[in-house]
Design a protein around this ligand. Sequence first.
Ligand code: CMC
Length: 431
Amino acid sequence: MTDATRTATLTLDGKEYSLPVLSPSVGPDVLDIRKLYGEADVFTFDPGFTSTAACESAITFIDGDKGELLHRGYPIEQLAAQSTHIELCYLLLYGELPTAAQLADFTGRVTKHTMVHEQMHNFFRGFRRDAHPMATMVGVVGAMSAFYHDSLDINDPWQREVASIRMIAKLPTIAAMAFKYSVGQPFVYPKNAFSYAGNFLNMCFAVPAEDYVVNPVLEKAMDRIMMLHADHEQNASTSTVRLAGSSGANPFACIAAGIACLWGPAHGGANQACLEMLREIGTVDRIPEYIAKAKDKNSGFRLMGFGHRVYKNFDPRATVMKESADEVLGLLGIENNPTLQVAKELERIALQDEYFVSKKLYPNVDFYSGIILDAMGFPTSMFTPIFAISRTVGWISQWKEMIAEKNQKIGRPRQLYVGSPKRDYVNIRHR
Ligand code: CMC
């Protein structure tokens, strides 16, 4: 952020107030209204934060009109094609691409933290056997603060670092355990010889009775899914993590709050909802019926995996995800998968339809991810937990950035009160 050299003027009741204009390194200018309430005794009103920058950040940048997503300046397409999730974790956390030695050291640190405390197994067993893995994850990640007391002090940079590595390392283990528990299979311990994505696949699909061979194409596809979900600047779950963290709550509690927010169908829960919708449509001849329903405001139905608050041209993650879907289904010899056929035809029809065109509604990251995960053998209930594993590094990077800020304050929005003015209590006998 540069020092403000320009100002905007707000005129209210004949009085003028000067608002500094802040210039970001890229993107639209930002009006600084921090002193507005003190000087003019007014709040601004922006439910849904559609025009409000809630923080300063140097991690991720999105240009929604161009369909551009940059992590620390690097385009997502280049990262998805040339990097790995573990390298992207380093980039998001520390700001620069690692050298070979830095990457080896970081990978080693993450790998050595993948096991969870053995006592946590008992915690899992308290859940109903058919619990949704997201329900289990919210609980278990929150409970990490009861197990890792030596990384709870947010004022100690070393403890913040250890907590970050622990979460990046253990979230795949916890998600895989939540899955195994939900299908009644024994937990599979992490194995250091595997890659980050390969280890996760092994923990989900290996069973004691039979070895699981990690298919390198599926491993690469899983790694790419993780990269495509790694961070997305100030989305709902990240803002939740920041708000929770702003009060000084411990990092495990903050990430549990982020997972809870991610679960909603307007956010990360859309990948599960999207595949369920595609299956419900079933055949391409039923698509017009669903398009009509999505356009009918009274139906309450939306095309899941379509639309985005920021992208108004295309979601670059969806483009990579679609290529990946073709690759994975091709490898598995199921390119004629009816769900993929429905998805492609639905996309084609919607992108020509005046309603979707005029509202700038395009497929988002969740539109094709479920098709890949389904082909890999995951039940729909695991789609959002996989999003959560992937987004953990984004949440942690944003949380660390916030805690390290010099003048960090508790997040505390104001409101436009529309309730009753002050009135006197009436005794129950007189009501
Ligand atoms: N199907 C039909 N109409 C839609 C859709 C959709 N998927 N999305 C938005 N609209 C319409 C909406 O009805 C509204 O119409 P009008 O202006 O006539 O009232 C207009 O488009 C703008 O929608 P909005 O709800 O004001 O936009 P938003 O920025 O608040 O919401 C969104 C963004 C992603 C929540 C929304 O597009 C949506 O609900 N999509 C479906 C769920 C989904 O796929 N979510 C995943 C998002 S990407 C990954 C992630 O963040 O986790």
